[in-house]
Ligand binder design. Structure first.
Ligand code: NAD
Ligand code: LMR
Length: 310
C-alpha cells in the first residue's frame, strides 16, 4: 500500500494528511480540493515539515483527479461542516452531492480503492459513497466511532484522573445524538469502569460524549479537526500495516445485530483488505434497543438521501 488520497484539504483533510505523513508508512499522499492552490500549499507545508520531523512520505496537492490515479486508500473529507445551531443532518443537501461527485471522480482513476468517508452526516454519506462506488461493503466504510470513543475515553480519563492510554471502550450506533456508548464494555487498565465511577457521573459522561461534536462547534463556530483527522489516519494506518485492529466503524449491516440495509457503527477488524471481520457483541436487551433506535434514526436520513434521486 503506497498511495493515499485525501479529498478535501480543509481542516480535517489537511490534518489527516499531516498526521499520516508523521506515521511515515505510505509512499505518497495526494491532497485534493476544488481549492487547488490551498491543497497545494498545505501539501507543500507538510512536505517541508518532513526534514524536521523525520518522515519520507511525499505529499502533493492538486485539484486534478488524474493525480489520484492508482490510489490504494481514499479518505473523503470534502463537504461543508456545521455551524452552531445546526445538526449534522442539516448538511445532507450540500454534502450528498459533493460526496457523490467525489466518489465518481475517484473511481474514474482508481479501480478498487478502500474508501473511508468522513463527511457528514457520516452514516448517510457512507451509504452515499457505498451506493455510488458499487464496491464491496468491506471496502467502503465511515469514520466516527474512533472519534466518539476517544471523546468518551478522554472525558473518563479526566474524571478518574488516569491516563487516557489506559481506557478501552466500545461505542456503537450512528454518529449523532443516538450513538450508543457501552459502559459494560468500558475498562480502565482491565478494571470494569463501573467499579471506579458512580452511575450518575458515568451517565453524565455518556451524555457529554453524545453531544461532544456540538460542544466543539459551539466553542469554535465550526466543527473539530484534530481528533477527527487523527482518527481517520489511525484507520489508514491499520489498513496499510494490515494490523487487524479492532475499531468501531460505520459499516453496511446485512443481518448483523438483526439489522439490514443500514449504516451504523459497530466494532470491526481493519486490515489490508479493509474490513476483515464484523464483530457481533452479545448485547443485552437494553443495549440492543438503543442500537436499533439509532439505526431507525439513521434510516430516516438515508430515506432523505434516496429521495434526492442523485
Ligand atoms: N465523521 C466525523 O467524525 C467528522 C468529524 C469532523 C468533521 N466531519 C465532517 O468533515 C467535513 C469536512 O470538515 P472540515 O472541518 O474539514 O471542513 P472545511 O470547510 O475545513 O473543509 C472542507 C473542504 O472540502 C472542500 N470541498 C468542497 N467541495 C469539494 C469537492 N466537490 N471536491 C473536493 N473538495 C471539496 C472545500 O473546498 C474545503 O476545503 C464536514 O462535512 C464535517 O462535518 C466529520
Ligand atoms: O460535530 C460535527 O459536526 C463534526 C463531527 O461530526 C464531530 O463529531 O466532531
Amino acid at each position: 500500500m503506497s498511495k493515499v488520497t485525501v479529498v478535501g484539504a480543509g481542516n480535517v483533510g489537511a490534518t489527516v494528511a499531516n498526521v499520516l505523513a508523521h506515521r511515515d508508512i505510505v509512499k505518497e499522499i495526494v491532497l485534493l480540493d476544488i481549492q487547488g492552490n490551498m491543497a497545494k500549499g498545505k501539501a507543500l507545508d507538510t512536505w517541508q515539515q518532513a526534514p524536521i520531523d523525520h518522515y519520507s512520505t511525499y505529499l502533493r496537492g492538486t485539484d486534478n483527479y488524474a493525480e489520484t490515479a492508482g490510489s490504494d486508500i481514499v479518505v473523503i473529507t470534502a463537504g461543508v461542516p456545521r455551524k452552531p445551531g445546526m445538526s449534522r443532518d442539516d448538511l445532507i443537501s450540500t454534502n450528498a452531492k459533493i460526496v457523490n461527485s467525489v466518489t465518481r471522480s475517484i473511481l474514474e482513476h482508481s479501480k478498487s480503492p478502500i474508501i473511508i468517508v468522513v463527511s457528514n452526516p457520516l452514516d448517510v454519506m457512507t451509504y452515499a459513497a457505498f451506493k455510488t462506488a458499487g464496491l464491496p461493503a468491506t471496502k467502503v466504510f465511515g469514520m466516527a466511532g474512533i472519534l466518539d470513543t476517544a471523546r468518551y475515553r478522554a472525558f473518563l480519563a479526566e474524571a478518574l484522573q488516569v491516563s487516557p492510554k489506559d481506557i478501552q471502550a466500545v461505542l456503537m450506533g450512528g454518529h449523532g445524538d443516538t450513538m450508543v456508548p457501552l459502559p459494560r464494555y468500558t475498562t480502565v487498565a482491565g478494571i470494569p469502569v463501573t467499579e471506579l465511577i458512580d452511575e450518575a457521573r458515568l451517565s453524565a459522561i455518556v451524555e457529554r460524549t453524545k453531544s461532544g461534536g456540538g460542544e466543539l462547534v459551539n466553542l469554535m463556530g465550526t466543527s473539530a479537526w484534530y481528533a477527527p483527522g487523527a482518527a481517520a489516519a489511525q484507520m489508514v494506518e491499520a489498513i496499510v500495516k494490515d494490523e487487524n485492529r479492532i475499531f468501531p466503524c460505520c459499516v453496511n449491516l446485512s443481518g448483523q445485530y438483526g439489522l439490514h440495509d443500514t449504516f451504523v457503527g459497530i466494532p470491526v477488524k481493519l486490515g489490508k483488505a479493509g474490513i476483515t471481520e464484523m464483530i457481533e457483541l452479545k448485547l443485552n436487551a437494553d443495549e440492543m434497543k438503543l442500537l436499533h433506535d439509532s439505526s431507525v434514526a439513521v434510516k430516516s436520513v438515508m430515506d432523505v438521501y434516496d429521495g434526492m434521486g442523485l
